[in-house]
Design a protein around this ligand. Structure first.
Ligand code: URA
Length: 233
């Protein structure tokens, strides 16, 4: 792999900045200063330092993003802004895509990755990957409503799988889904003559939205989170 690509995929610098850093002698490969960032390195074996700090090889990149309203969870959306545009330029060029979709006005946890097979596995219906959403409804949601929704409700084109609802108050609670059909929660609430007024995903595949991560901000998944998601069956 080219040295500048390696530095970029570690999320440290853009390609151009990596080139400039090399020219300034800030990068060493196995202890030797390398001034040409276009040179090829062995990403598995070589010891690369930027300003004396080891650059860790990332075969795949995993990012936690706190999605704000108004952003489309796709890689491209002509006439709209996408969640990818919330990332720095160097991370917009490494093939990241959202692992699952949220509506444009839904908030909260998005995992972005460039590990296609893993995303495919996590999103496959048979994986039954849990997604937890905090919601608010326009009208109180009765125990009977919750029971109907928890058992599965006929939305015309499909019947929802059983889910779990925990109410915090009459119009606010958490819903845990193991599937992710288009507008699912909004349509479920409509099926019991109610309406979603707030929707935020707080957990996906046991990865919990970091409370320290402000809306619109991102961070890499920690090693533990990465292992959790990669080893998920
Ligand atoms: N259900 C919805 O209705 N919207 C989302 O964004 C996610 C789940």
């Amino acid at each position: 792999m080219r040295l500048d690509k390696f530095i970029t995929s570690a999320g440290l610098l853009s390609r151009k900045e990596a080139g400039d850093a090399a020219k300034k002698g800030r990068i060493t490969v196995n202890g030797v200063v390398v001034t040409n960032a276009a040179c090829h390195i062995d990403e598995e074996q070589d010891n690369i330092l930027l300003d004396g700090v080891p650059v860790l090889y990332r075969r795949f990149t995993y990012i936690m993003l706190n999605k704000p309203a108004g952003y489309v969870s796709a890689t491209e959306a002509p006439g709209d802004v996408t969640v990818i545009q919330l990332l720095p330029p160097e991370l917009q060029k490494i093939g990241l895509f959202p692992c699952g979709r949220l509506d444009k006005n839904t908030l909260g946890l998005m995992i972005l990755t460039n590990n296609g097979p893993l995303a495919h596995r996590l999103l496959a219906p048979k994986t039954h990957c849990e997604k937890v959403y905090r919601f608010e409804s326009r009208f109180p949601l009765s125990e009977k409503d919750c029971e109907i929704l928890e058992q599965g409700v006929d939305l015309g084109d499909f019947v929802t799988a059983p889910c779990k609802i925990t109410m915090e108050s009459a119009q606010r609670g958490y819903i845990v889904l193991t599937e992710g059909k288009y507008h699912q929660i909004k349509r479920m609430l409509e099926a019991v003559h109610n309406k979603i007024t707030y929707l935020e995903r707080v957990s996906f595949a046991d990865i919990v939205l970091d409370p320290a991560l402000e809306r619109g901000k991102w961070r890499y998944l920690t090693k533990e989170e990465q292992i959790k998601i990669e080893e998920r069956k």
